[in-house]
Design a protein around this ligand. Structure first.
Ligand code: AMP
Ligand code: ZN
Length: 128
């Protein structure tokens, strides 16, 4: 099940090139084209699922597999710590409507402390 217009479907079908880090029957990991961190990979299922918000019960296994693969890829890249991020919907910053898990890491432990401590969004001030 894929969507002919979807860029991530095209990448997983190898119709569009990407810097592939890992691939198996159900998913692909490739480098983000506009990295937001020294290491920024995307874990992408081969099935066209729109987002976390459109998950159904039968997607539980693929979701677990995505997270487990992220851990394996991060370990292989030598990352001791990293962030795993799902943007969900336009209001959550999702631009590509094909489910993907961001792996972000590789920062310098001292020089990049601000990036390491940051949430992926400015902290909300409940007083405002
Ligand atoms: P999101 O905002 O969660 O939908 O993230 C989409 C991500 O996909 C962004 O970080 C983009 O830089 C990345 N991206 C878009 N097109 C490509 C592409 N052709 N190859 C690799 N990464 C891409
Ligand atoms: Zn797709």
């Amino acid at each position: 099940m894929s969507n002919v217009e979807c860029i991530f479907c095209k990448i997983t079908k190898k119709e569009v090139p990407a810097d592939i880090v890992f691939e198996d029957d159900t998913l692909m990991v490739f480098k983000d084209i506009h990295p937001s961190a020294p290491i920024h990979d995307l874990v992408v299922p081969k099935e066209h699922i729109q987002s976390i918000a459109s998950l159904e019960g039968n997607h539980r296994d693929i979701l677990a597999h995505m997270i487990y693969t992220a851990k394996e890829v991060a370990a292989k890249a030598g990352l001791k710590g990293y962030k795993l991020v799902f943007n969900v919907g336009r209001d959550g910053g999702q631009v590509i409507d094909h489910l993907h898990l961001h792996i972000l890491g590789g920062w310098h432990p001292v020089k990049d402390k601000t990036a390491i401590d940051a949430m992926p969004h400015p902290r909300h001030d409940p007083r405002t």
